[in-house]
Design a protein around this ligand. Structure first.
Ligand SMILES: C[S@@+](CC[C@H](N)C(=O)[O-])C[C@H]1O[C@@H](n2cnc3c(N)ncnc32)[C@H](O)[C@@H]1O
Length: 237
């Protein structure tokens, strides 16, 4: 009897593995056209990013680092649903990339740290918006020193209850996606996660899923697909 039970368990495990096992694909019901996007280091995070923006329900979105616009397109889908604007900053000119809901998009070519110090307060004033942002997405150099500067400048612009999302908090030469596929990256010497550790006064294993409360923030980390870490400013109640 016990032998038969064990045999059945083994068969069930085998069937589970053969039907995909622990590999999970992504579907984007909020924007089905995203299925055509080529797999890259953002693939696992498109749903996650959309969810975190919608949940934060900001009155505008700030994106630091645009390049080909994988994150920009998701942020603009969310912006359209929330009836708000996306402000994207990149040191290179990305103003001509193909994005949906272009009327909701403003692109500024600038160093993001310099813009955070000077241009951003002026941009908010000009648009009649608060300088306390409720959603900031950061995906730029991935270098430790630059990320430290970004955090120092942009965390001051984050509203109580606001959310700051960092991509590439688990960068490596080969990274894995939840569907079992792999992509190529580079080793940034833990640049982004190290800057976050310093900011939060913590030490993290970036290869694990984790949540934490540290330095006045609620922290959620996704290790897959080059890593993404979400910080929600808890603020004073
Ligand atoms: C990884 S790409 C961004 C990818 C984009 N978020 C996406 O999902 O397609 C990084 C971008 O950061 C920009 N960048 C690097 N250093 C920067 C800086 N100091 N200020 C602003 N942008 C910067 C680069 O020009 C590049 O376009």
């Amino acid at each position: 009897m016990k032998l038969l039970r064990n045999f059945r368990k083994k068969i069930r495990k085998l069937a589970f593995r053969l039907s995909g096992g622990t590999h999970f694909k992504q579907k984007h019901y909020f924007a089905p056209w995203l299925a055509q996007a080529r797999p890259n280091a953002m693939s696992d995070h498109l749903n996650t990013l959309f969810w975190h923006v919608m949940e934060a329900s900001p009155d505008y979105i700030v994106e630091l680092g645009t390049r080909g616009g994988d994150s920009t397109r998701v942020l603009l889908e969310a912006a359209d649903k929330l009836d708000i604007k996306v402000l994207s900053i990149d040191i290179n000119d990305c103003g001509e990339i193909d994005v949906p809901h272009r009327e909701r998009w403003e692109f500024v070519q600038s160093d993001d740290v310099g813009f955070g110090e000077q241009g951003f307060p002026r941009w908010c004033e000009g648009n009649g918006l608060s300088q306390q942002a409720k959603f900031i997405y950061i995906d730029t150099s991935h270098l430790y020193e630059h990320t430290c500067k970004e955090i120092a400048v942009w965390s001051k612009h984050l509203a109580d209850g606001g959310v700051m999302v960092f991509h590439d908090t688990n960068m490596r030469k080969v990274y894995g996606r939840l569907d079992g596929s792999a992509g190529f990256g580079w080793d940034n010497q833990r640049g982004v996660i190290r800057a976050l550790e310093e900011f939060l006064g913590r030490s993290y294993d970036q290869n694990t899923f984790f949540t934490d409360i540290a330095g006045g923030y609620l922290v959620r980390h996704y290790p897959n697909c080059s890593g993404m870490t979400v910080l929600k400013k808890m603020g004073s109640k």
